[in-house]
Ligand binder design. Structure first.
Ligand code: APR
Length: 230
């Protein structure tokens, strides 16, 4: 079976009703990254950070995977599919994808603020102030904040390096190191970029740009990949 690596971003969940970050009306127009998504923000105002992620976790309980997530999951019938997502939602998993690597963490999990090895599933949508880990420290969102290390990066790079086919869907490729993964894929591997907006991507060979929303472009691409490569 050929190996497909999918690098996804907020755009793949846009049609499920989850805001992207950098488009007009995006999340970073509503909130300052410095107030809610950095270790300094956590030290300065834990309650505000908790409220930001609790609100996003509550919304996640009310949305569903969309045809893009479902098409990516359905590719597993014909290919060895590895999803490397920048998203913290669980929509790829809920659509049926069985191999999902979260570069920026997972909204549905909390973590000890003194021992990063202590990770817990969150039942419901809230991490409350006073919810403590087994070592007695306040639980924090299990999210990679700006300025923090990306623990899964090496695994993600290894996946991209060994991809037979690379799909990049719903990411502005603005945030590193995630955005660098497109350059790890083999020179001759077919690469597909699915995004309704124009993206400037330099130095990438064998690239096909599918200028569509993911909910339309991904089902079309699935059909094409099965016809040409399965
Ligand atoms: N289908 C496909 N792509 C879409 C759709 C859609 N329906 N709607 C928007 N897009 C595209 C936009 O054109 C843009 O290229 O999705 C991309 C969203 O870009 P960003 O908002 O920058 O999101 P992302 O690339 O995932 O951000 C990366 O930045 O804030 C951090 O940690 C956060 O993981 C996030 C990272």
């Amino acid at each position: 079976m050929r190996k497909i690596v999918v690098l996804s971003g907020a755009g793949v969940s846009a049609e499920s009703g989850i805001k992207t970050f950098r488009e007009t009306g995006g999340l970073w127009e509503e909130y300052n990254i410095e107030d809610v998504a950095t270790p300094q923000a956590w030290q300065k105002n834990m309650e505000l950070v908790q409220r930001f992620y609790n609100a996003r976790r509550k919304q996640l309980l009310e949305v569903e995977p969309n045809p893009a997530h479902l098409a990516i999951a359905a590719l597993e019938e014909h290919f060895d599919v590895h999803v490397v997502t920048q998203n913290i939602d669980n929509l790829h998993e809920r659509a049926g994808s069985s191999k999902v690597l979260h570069l920026h963490g997972e909204l549905t999990k909390s973590r000890s603020s003194v021992d990063p090895e202590l990770i817990y599933d969150i039942n419901g949508w809230e991490i409350k102030m006073g919810d403590l880990c087994e070592k007695g420290s306040q639980l924090r969102p299990h999210i990679v904040w700006f300025g923090e290390m990306v623990p899964e990066l090496e695994n993600a790079a290894r996946l991209a390096q060994t991809a037979d086919i690379l799909i990049v869907v719903g990411t502005s490729l603005n945030v590193y190191p995630a955005a660098s993964l497109i350059h790890y894929a083999p020179y001759d591997a077919p690469k597909f970029l699915v995004d309704p907006n124009e993206l400037f991507v330099d130095g990438v060979t064998n690239l096909t740009f599918i200028k569509e929303k993911a909910g339309v472009g991904m089902p079309e691409l699935r059909e094409k990949l099965i016809a040409d490569w399965a």
